[in-house]
Design a protein around this ligand. Sequence first.
Ligand code: TRP
Length: 336
Amino acid sequence: MDSQKPTNKKRILTGHRPTGPRHIGHLVGTIDNWVGLQDTYECFFLIADLHVLTTDYEHPGRIQNNILEVLADWLAAGIDPDRATLVLQSAIPAHSQLSLLFNMLVTVSRMSRIPTYKEQVKELHLQPSLGLLTYPTLQAADILIYKANAVPVGEDQLPHIELTREVARRFNQVYGPTLPEPDPLLSAIPRLPGTDNRTMHTSYGNAIFIRETPEETTQKVMNMYTDPTRIHLTDPGHVIGNPVFAYLDAFDPDREGVAELKERYRLGKVGDVSVKRHLAEVLNQHLAPLRQRRRQILARPGELRDLLRLGTEHARPFAEANLQEIQDKMGLNPVL
Ligand code: TRP
């Protein structure tokens, strides 16, 4: 990590919860987007392990391995630790300390109206914890503790960025101009559906993972949902809303070939099986170099941990200095 890197670049912070290996839905529009931003921005990529506990605190044994899984997938996909700072959230207590301070600035009713929270409560069928309710103020702390100017996220995270902006605004109103209101950076590429055409999700059994074997990928592709209205090969097929074509749009470099295939599909001149065989090949070809890098990276987990430690140590002084400034402004200036 080069501590002399120029600081005139705008800063971004984004991250993932370490919930397990990354799938192609994480790649398209998210990690691929981050990789491209590394040239233009000073980048902080956060492993949000504290956020895992908001819903999954009963499985402490999973977290450490999942951190390595996520890191290996990030690096395999092109996150470059020479240009970006990798941060482990729980290793910098200033994140949690700042979230506690931010909790003072937001009402309970504002927090309980956040759509991601309401969805989780409905989906998980459980009594939400205080930790889940305050998930977004911890996220706001992650972002504002580095005074990040922008946050590349998927659309699902927009309510959290909106809250982050509100917290910054409120803070500045009460204590004077201190925190930037960060802009969300949305990718232009639409989100990939799962193999069953629902949202792709690690726990839905509808995700294609970077880490799986080509055979597993092929098998998942051959079982994919396509066009339920199409019974015979000669029936005209639908391309829109068909995840097989969404994947081809995202991964097949032969644009003309895809356009042709779509036309033949619409006319009932090509069967699902041959389109899927082609897709399996395209996907496995795209993922092959990532899978190889991933294996190489995971063969040396010690180095992976070192990278995370180095990044975290690089980030720590920024976080502590900003927390200090915020505490001072809130009247916690220690006379000791
Ligand atoms: N909530 C984000 C997600 O589930 C993860 C996250 C935690 C994050 N802290 C963040 C994303 C700060 C962007 C910025 O994907």
